[in-house]
Write a protein that binds this ligand. Sequence first.
Ligand SMILES: Nc1ncnc2c1ncn2[C@@H]1O[C@H](COP(=O)(O)OP(=O)(O)O)[C@@H](O)[C@H]1O
Ligand SMILES: O=C(CO)[C@H](O)[C@H](O)COP(=O)(O)O
Length: 530
Amino acid sequence: MVEGTMMSGRDQEPSHYYVGIDVGTGSVRAALVDQRGLLLAFAEQPIKKWEPQFNHHEQSSEDIWAACCLVTKEVVQGIDAHRIRGLGFDATCSLVVLDKEFHPLPVNHEGDSSRNVIMWLDHRAVSQVHRINETKHRVLQYVGGVMSVEMQAPKLLWLKENLREICWDKAGHFFDLPDFLSWKATGVTARSLCSLVCKWTYSAEKGWDDSFWKMIGLEDLIDDNYSKIGNLVLLPGASLGIGLTPEAARELGLPSGIAVAASLIDAHAGGLGVIGADVRGHGLTCERQPVTSRLAVICGTSSCHMGISKDPVFVPGVWGPYFSAMVPGFWLNEGGQSVTGKLIDHMVQGHPAFPELQAKATARCQSIYAYLNGHLDLIKKAQPVGFLTVDLHVWPDFHGNRSPLADLTLKGMVTGLTLSQDLDDLAILYLATVQAIAFGTRFIIETMEAAGHSLSTLFLCGGLSKNPLFVQMHADITGMPVVLSQEVESVLVGAAILGACASGDFTSVQLLQVEFFPGCFSRLAFYLEL
Ligand SMILES: Nc1ncnc2c1ncn2[C@@H]1O[C@H](COP(=O)(O)OP(=O)(O)O)[C@@H](O)[C@H]1O
Ligand SMILES: O=C(CO)[C@H](O)[C@H](O)COP(=O)(O)O
């Protein structure tokens, strides 16, 4: 591993601030960022999740908004509020359902309207997505050839077929979570091009395709010019209405009227936060290559592999190509693994030696992952850590395969199990899981390259990029250098970039990548051991 340091202009006094809010699967985070891209304050708050039955995952939009308010108030404490110029949101691509008066509607048989969000990882709409894929409609070409059960059309069809009276007939607004948040802040129901293109089959060039909604039995959504799912579509970063409403301002602890941006999905905010990083002076091959040689990998509960191109590239089993959905003017392909952080947590927490691990990590004031990484260092002795798993292998598709096999029926598998239940066994199973995930990334890269991408360098961000073993395994197994930004909360930097763009202080997201990034990527860490 090599670490590089470059000089930056961080000593200037900040004159403008931007707030970024990132709603992940497990928590909401907020950051106060200045005009140099420097993150000055950070706060995090867990959010509620329900799993009322297997493969049903629900959340509450009220709970999520309350968490947004809490973390925002925390990061702006003690700051001259008049210097806050813009606010940007990103969030998971979960489906929020509201009635005609914008009140939450239940997405469950129990009729509990506080649970009005079908989470992105919910796999309830299996039968619906099979029928949608059987249509072979032309819009499917733009999601890798196969629609995922995690997208919105199958979930909408499930609601119509299963909760007609208590939900579907009463529904006035179906939002992607990032768009719900910008509506809540401004009262403007405009949707971000990012959400609609990536999860709702909208085309940046042609708009909605009526024939698709008719063919799948959701022709009622076409009524009133698609008012329930969005008929005003804005580029991420565009300023919404007249900014923050007085009510939202009071709740968030911000001045009313500050600019609020059209949002991004969380992975796309992370991609925006890292893909334009200034890597000059580190001897990386991508320094002399176009930005299309970079693959941003946003790794949290899931991993998302974001590669951009000047022309559309059709990659079987990899979502997209999506025009202008992340970086304006570029096409995006999005590979993904539905559970990565969640899988590692699942494997580690389910092992009989987990209580021992927790006790030992606590005694050393370490996270369980820092402890496990140290433990692997002890047991590997002189051999490279990778050799500890020569006869233990994990197939990581415990929640289906998102890319490149696009097969939600796949399940997980472990081979090479013994009767051992000790901490060594747990550590090696953890290592094999991390390796399996990294091999999944390699499989996605190989598929993207076979279809026309030319990739040389990985840019990682998200919670898992804080785990050195995870990062190192990705470098070793893909054979590519991995770049990390100094600012570990790159997803939040992406959200703040949106706020900065909406404020008018910068002219466009692309320009921001030039003006904003040299400051925030002043130190980059590279993992190059091959
Ligand atoms: N310091 C760390 N070391 C190892 N793993 C971490 C660390 N921080 C977070 N993670 C893992 O990252 C995942 C969550 O990432 P995060 O980006 O917070 O997720 P999300 O955006 O989906 O809520 C979890 O699986 C967690 O165990
Ligand atoms: O589908 C996705 C992006 O298109 C993400 O997987 C989803 O939004 C969840 O993200 P995270 O793992 O960061 O919580």
